[in-house]
Structures are given as structure tokens and as C-alpha cells.
Design a protein around this ligand. Structure first.
Ligand code: FES
Ligand code: FES
Length: 315
């Protein structure tokens, strides 16, 4: 019991029989309970306030099992559980075992096996059998007796109840086997259609030097070359085919050079200004200053990034 329940506006303060309002969730349905004495049992509230009379009042002291219900999946005697404490729980009663056409499988098995004589213990027995088969799909004789030992039948119909347990277990096992057999005989699902080549290429990772780049080229729309301005004020240059020699006049005399790619400025480093970038100097005799008599070529070191290679190294 929470203070919230005890102190609701309708609860008279100082009353020796405080009341509370709460909602019970019974068989998946929200059932509000208003101004109920907090000492009322769940069995009483179900029967007298909510009209669910399936659970029977046999002893009101937890001896007979006629009031058996499930609270959060646990089989309990409804006569021993204060209803207000079950406000946040899932409650299952014998009414929830009914099938679409009336009696559920367990109830029908009890009837078929002759377990129902006067019928007063039958709802509690049905809940006990249902709870047992939820926990154990194939209970043995001893397990079934242990599970039902809390349900007293004044008409002494226990053999029928035990037979009903085995009948329901057999029926469910047969239904499962039939379902599995049907699933095995069902035609296999057709294999998924092969994705189109374009879809395959789109799903595969692309790596530099991979031939997939060439396939990907077919998937990427052509970009306007030399026309699309970028934020930096220059445009994408068209990419020349591999092996295309760079015109020597464009390298040596950029001011008068003919732009071989149709782009005025297309390198972050700017146009080549003819400067020789070398890390090793050269002597006046035409040899590199490496001490090995290497003829000086003018480009005896790796130029910085963005610097055009000379013609002889680019060929
Ligand atoms: Fe609850 Fe008998 S009425 S056990
Ligand atoms: Fe009568 Fe069980 S059938 S009490």
C-alpha cells in the first residue's frame, strides 16, 4: 500500500477502515476499483466489486484452493492477497482460460475426464493445471500430484484431475508436432533474387586502385568540368588520362603557358612559377653535389606536393 493510495481525496482521515481507489489489470483488461477498504481480499474484489465470480470462496483462509488465481504469473490463493497490493500486477483468473467458443482446453479436459462433479473446486483446479503446464509442458504423475495438492475437492474427484493434466499435455504435444511437420513440408521460400550489377557495385566498398572505381564511374553522374565554382574561387579541373605528358611550356613559363586542362587556376599551391625545388644543390660543373658524379638534372629531389613534375619525369 502506498501513501498515494491511502491519502487519495476520498479516503476519510482517521477512519479505522481506510479506503483506496486503484485499478486492477485482470486478464489484460484495466478494471478500476473505487473507495474500497484496503483490507478487502483480491478474491472479494474480483467477485463482489468486479463481478468476476469464477474464483470460488471455499474457506477464505488459504486451505482449499478454490480461489486460485495468478498474480504476475504466480499461482496464489486470492483470499489471502489484499486487492490493493495487486494494483500494479497482472492478474489472471479462470475467466481468462476460456476459449473463443466457451471452455478452454484445460477446462474441457477436466470436464471430459470426469473431474467436475459438483464443480465447486473446478475453477481452482483449472487454474492449478494451467499454472502447472505453463511451468512444465510434460509433468510426471508425482509432479502433477504435487501441483494439485493445494486444491481440495469435496467430491473427491482427484483421478479425473490428474488424467486431465496428461490429456492436455498430450494434446499440446501432438499439436506442436503437427505444426513442426507442416512447417517442414511447406515449400521452401524462394531464394532472394540476385541484385542487379549496379546494386552490387553500390553495396561493395570502394578502394583506391580497385577496379571497382571504374565500375563506380558508371554510376556517378558526370560532373561539369572546369565550370563549377568552389568556395575558394576555383573550379575542378578535368582529369587527364593517365600518361598524358604535361606540356613543357606550361611548366616553364606559366605566365604564357597554355592551360592544358582548360582551367585557369586549379592547384592549391597556385600555378607553377618555374622555381626549382631541390634539397641537394649542384655544382657549376654540371654534376650534382652528391659526391658520386651524378649528372645534375635540375630535379634531383622529390618536389613538394602540388608542384608539377618536369617533363622528363612525367613522361
Ligand atoms: Fe481461498 Fe479456500 S477460499 S483457499
Ligand atoms: Fe465438488 Fe470438487 S467437484 S468439490
Amino acid at each position: 500500500m502506498t501513501d498515494e493510495l491511502l491519502n487519495h481525496p476520498g479516503a476519510p482521515t482517521g477512519d479505522v477502515r481506510p479506503t483506496a481507489s486503484y485499478t486492477l489489470r485482470v486478464n489484460g483488461v484495466e478494471r478500476p476499483v473505487t473507495d474500497a477498504w484496503i483490507g478487502e481480499s483480491l478474491l472479494y474484489v474480483l467477485r463482489e466489486r468486479l463481478g468476476l465470480a469464477g474464483a470460488k470462496d471455499g474457506c477464505e483462509q488459504g486451505e482449499c484452493g478454490a480461489c486460485s488465481i495468478q498474480v504476475d504469473g504466480q499461482l496464489v490463493n486470492g483470499c489471502l492477497v489484499p486487492a490493493a497490493l495487486a494494483a500494479d500486477s497482472e492478474i489472471g483468473t479462470v475467466e481468462g482460460l476460456a476459449g473463443a467458443g466457451g471452455a478452454g482446453g484445460v477446462q474441457q479436459a477436466l470436464a471430459d475426464s470426469g473431474a467436475v462433479q459438483c464443480g465447486y473446486c473446478a475453477p481452482g483446479l483449472a487454474m492449478a493445471v494451467h499454472d502447472l503446464l505453463q511451468r512444465n509442458h510434460r509433468p510426471g504423475e508425482v509432479e502433477a500430484r504435487q501441483a494439485l495438492c493445494g486444491n481440495l475437492c469435496r467430491c473427491t474427484g482427484y483421478r479425473g484431475a490428474l488424467a486431465a493434466v496428461q490429456a492436455v499435455a498430450d494434446a499440446r504435444e501432438a499439436a506442436l508436432e503437427a505444426e513442426l511437420a507442416a512447417a517442414e513440408q511447406a515449400p521452401k521460400a524462394a531464394p532472394a533474387a540476385e541484385p542487379a550489377p549496379a546494386e552490387q557495385a553500390a553495396e561493395l566498398p570502394l578502394y583506391a586502385d580497385s577496379e571497382l572505381w571504374h565500375e563506380a564511374d558508371q554510376l556517378i553522374p558526370a560532373q561539369p568540368q572546369g565550370e563549377t565554382p568552389r568556395t575558394g574561387g576555383y573550379a575542378y579541373p578535368p582529369t587527364p588520362p593517365h600518361g598524358t605528358p604535361v606540356p613543357p611550356d606550361w611548366q616553364r613559363e606559366p605566365a604564357a603557358a597554355t592551360d592544358p586542362f582548360g582551367t585557369a587556376v586549379h592547384q592549391d599551391a597556385g600555378a607553377y612559377d618555374g622555381t626549382v625545388y631541390a634539397t641537394e644543390g649542384h655544382g657549376p660543373d654540371g654534376y650534382a653535389a652528391d659526391g658520386y658524379g651524378t649528372p645534375y638534372t635540375g630535379y634531383d629531389a622529390t618536389p613538394a606536393h602540388g608542384i608539377r613534375l618536369p617533363e622528363d619525369e612525367n613522361a
